[in-house]
Ligand binder design. Structure first.
Ligand code: ZN
Length: 386
C-alpha cells in the first residue's frame, strides 16, 4: 500500500522514497510513499521527476499508486520532485470548486453533481434547470468575498459513520478524508487543497451550458482567471482599436455595423438587378437579327442557380423587339427561357414541351419560364433542342 503524502501535506514537492516494485521493464514503478497525486475525483495527476526521470502519468490503483516513467528506473532509493506550478494550479481550481459549490448551495440550494478540472478551464454540473445571470453574479461576488476573508481550509480524517454535516453524503465506509472551509463547507474529498481561501485568488464564472437537465458552469480560479482576463482584454482592446472607441462600446458598435452591412447588402442587390436590366437592354441593342427576325441571347451562369440578377438580364433583353433569351446553369442544372411579346414565342408552353422530352420540372408564363433538370446531360440535350 502506497503512503499518500499529499493527503496530509499538499505543499510537499520534494520527497525521499523507496521503489518497492517495478513493472513494464522499469517504466512503471511503485513506491512505499509518494507526493505524486494520481488522477482521481475530477483532479488530474501531478507531473514531475523521480531521480531526474520524467513522470508521465500517475495512476490510482486503489491500494497502490503507479508512476509511469519516460525511462526505466531501477529498484532502490529515489528522490521525487513534483511540478509545483501544475500542482498549485490544480489546488487553486479544486479549492475554488469546493467554495463555489458551497456558495451555489447556500444561496440557491443548487447541488453540485459533478466536477471536472480541465487543462484550460474547469466545470461543475449543478442540479438545476436554469441559472440566471443575476444568480451567477451573486455567487461570484459571495465566493470572492470569502476569498478575501482568507478562510482556513483544513483536512481531517473522520469515521464515515460519525462524519456529519457533509455537503454531499459519502458512500464510503471506514475512514473519510474531510476537507473543510471554516464555517463554509465540509466535503469528503481526496484532492489537494490550498491552506486558505485567499490562495484561490480571483474566481471567474464563464460559460453556462444546459446539459441533461442540469446546468454546466465553467469557471477559472487564480492565475487562470487573471491570464484569461488579460487575453479577453487584449481581444476586446484590438476590436476597440478598430473602432477607435472605448472597450465598453464595442458590442453596440458591432451590432450597428451588422445592421449597416445588412442595409448595404440590400442596396447592392437592388443596384445589381437594375444594372442587369440595363445590361440586358444593351445586349438586345447590340444583337443581330436572324433571318426569321428574332434576336437571341444565351447566358451561361457558372454556379449558384438562376437568381434575380439573371431574371433582370432576361427582362432587359426581352423588354422590346423580338428578343428570345435563354439562361443556363450547370450547378444546379437549371434553365430559364424569356421571350418578348413581339417574338410570338410562348415561353411556358415551349419549355413544357421540352421538359416532356428531356425530363425536369418547371413552367411559367407566356414571357418567362424556368425549370430544373435532373442532370447536366439532360440540360445540354434540352438546350440543343431549344
Ligand atoms: Zn474535492
Amino acid at each position: 500500500m502506497t503512503e499518500r503524502l499529499f493527503y496530509t501535506d499538499s505543499y510537499l514537492t520534494a520527497f525521499e522514497a523507496t521503489v518497492v516494485e517495478i513493472a513494464d521493464a522499469g517504466l512503471r514503478v511503485y513506491l512505499d510513499r509518494t507526493a505524486f497525486y494520481p488522477s482521481s475525483g475530477g483532479q488530474p495527476n501531478d507531473l514531475g521527476t523521480l531521480n531526474g526521470t520524467k513522470v508521465l502519468d500517475v495512476v490510482d490503483e486503489e491500494e497502490r499508486i503507479a508512476h509511469v516513467l519516460e525511462k526505466p528506473l531501477p529498484a532502490g532509493a529515489v528522490s521525487g520532485c513534483v511540478d509545483w506550478t501544475r500542482r498549485f494550479d490544480h489546488m487553486q481550481q479544486h479549492s475554488g470548486q469546493h467554495l463555489l459549490s458551497a456558495v451555489f448551495e447556500a444561496l440557491y440550494g443548487m447541488k453540485t453533481v459533478s466536477f471536472h478540472l480541465g487543462a484550460e478551464s474547469s466545470t461543475i454540473d449543478l442540479e438545476t434547470a436554469s441559472l440566471l445571470p443575476a444568480q451567477v453574479h451573486a455567487v461570484e461576488e459571495r465566493a470572492f468575498q470569502l476569498v478575501l476573508e482568507c478562510k482556513p481550509l483544513a483536512v481531517a480524517f473522520e469515521d464515515a459513520s460519525a462524519a456529519a454535516g457533509l455537503r454531499k453524503a459519502s458512500e464510503r465506509e471506514g475512514t473519510l478524508r474531510v476537507v473543510s472551509i471554516e464555517a463554509v463547507d465540509r466535503s469528503a474529498c481526496g484532492g489537494t487543497h490550498v491552506r486558505s481561501t485567499g490562495e484561490i485568488g480571483p474566481i471567474q464564472i464563464r460559460k453556462l451550458e444546459k446539459i441533461r437537465g442540469n446546468v454546466r458552469v465553467e469557471f477559472l480560479c487564480g492565475h487562470r482567471a487573471t491570464r484569461r482576463a488579460r487575453a479577453d482584454f487584449e481581444a476586446l482592446n484590438s476590436a476597440a482599436k478598430l473602432f477607435s472607441a472605448p472597450l465598453d462600446e464595442v458590442p453596440e458598435l458591432v451590432k450597428a455595423l451588422q445592421e449597416q452591412a445588412k442595409e448595404s447588402d440590400k442596396a447592392r442587390r437592388k443596384l445589381a438587378v437594375e444594372l442587369a436590366l440595363r445590361r440586358g437592354a444593351e445586349q438586345l441593342a447590340a444583337s443581330v437579327e436572324d433571318p426569321s427576325g428574332l434576336r437571341r441571347h444565351v447566358e451561361h451562369v457558372n454556379a449558384g442557380g438562376l437568381g434575380d440578377e439573371v431574371r433582370a438580364l432576361a427582362q432587359g433583353f426581352t423588354s422590346a423587339g423580338r428578343g428570345v433569351f435563354v439562361a443556363a446553369c450547370g450547378d444546379p442544372p437549371s434553365v430559364m427561357l424569356a421571350t418578348s411579346i413581339e417574338s410570338g414565342v410562348h415561353a411556358g408552353d415551349r419549355l413544357k414541351e421540352l421538359l416532356a422530352a428531356h425530363g425536369g420540372r418547371g413552367g411559367g408564363s407566356a414571357q418567362m419560364a424556368q425549370a430544373s433538370l435532373p442532370s447536366v446531360d439532360a440540360l445540354n440535350a434540352l438546350l440543343a433542342a431549344l
